[in-house]
Design a protein around this ligand. Structure first.
Ligand SMILES: C[S@@+](CC[C@H](N)C(=O)[O-])C[C@H]1O[C@@H](n2cnc3c(N)ncnc32)[C@H](O)[C@@H]1O
Length: 200
């Protein structure tokens, strides 16, 4: 599925269990992989691990410039999530999965990382967890509150042509209207996402 991007990434993703729900399409994966290579974050957080497609794309891209850390949050409603996390952990030692509702786990865990490592910055966040309005909004605002100036948030499934995610669309539009610095992308394989850069 991702052989057009990187052979190792493709091999790794082939080992993952079947996705219970959404994943990165080939065009999104291409964009995400090269966006990470271009901007070179050292610390990334994501909501919505599922079976680890976005996690593998991010970790493999970071590996290409010396590595970085990914902290992933998922409620763990699919059995495959735990199986996939073991595969990803075995391959990348700086990958961490925190299970539970992101509305509690992200504000509960991320600040601890910055308290323990005062030099660390949240450089990039991918918001792709619960798509209901409350979860999408909380995840976006909490990630933004910890993002470094100039850092990026990828808000997945915004104005997605394949699945109309009402909560994500409303939250994304409100956020963009207030914050600005947002751009919408629609891929040729019919996915949508919004990219935000925090004022710098
Ligand atoms: C669209 S999938 C993520 C896809 C993943 N980013 C990928 O590339 O394969 C959404 C995930 O969010 C998780 N999720 C749903 N509600 C959540 C919540 N309140 N807190 C944390 N994770 C949640 C689901 O369990 C699911 O695994």
């Amino acid at each position: 599925m991702y052989e057009h991007i990187d052979t190792e990434l493709n091999e790794l993703v082939r080992q993952l269990p079947q996705a219970g729900e959404g994943f990165m399409t080939p065009a999104q994966a291409d964009f995400l992989f090269h966006f990470i290579l271009l901007t070179r974050p050292r610390l990334v957080a994501e909501t919505g691990f599922n079976v680890g497609h976005s996690a593998c794309i991010i970790m493999r891209a970071m590996e290409k410039y010396g590595g970085g850390t990914l902290v992933s949050f998922d409620i763990g409603r699919h059995d495959q999530t735990r199986i996939a996390a073991e595969i990803v952990k075995k391959r990348f030692e700086n990958f961490h999965l925190i299970l539970g509702d992101s509305k509690q786990t992200v504000p509960g865990h991320l600040p601890q990382i910055f308290n323990q490592h005062p030099q660390a910055t949240l450089d990039f966040a991918l918001v792709d967890g619960g798509h209901d309005m409350e979860t999408a909004k909380t995840d976006l605002l909490v990630m933004d509150s910890m993002l470094k100036p100039g850092g990026y948030i990828w808000f997945d499934d915004f104005e997605n042509a394949n699945c109309r995610c009402v909560g994500v669309n409303i939250v994304g539009r409100e956020f963009a209207a207030v914050r600005g610095h947002c751009v919408r992308f629609l891929t040729h394989d019919h996915r949508g996402m919004m990219l935000y850069q925090k004022a710098f």
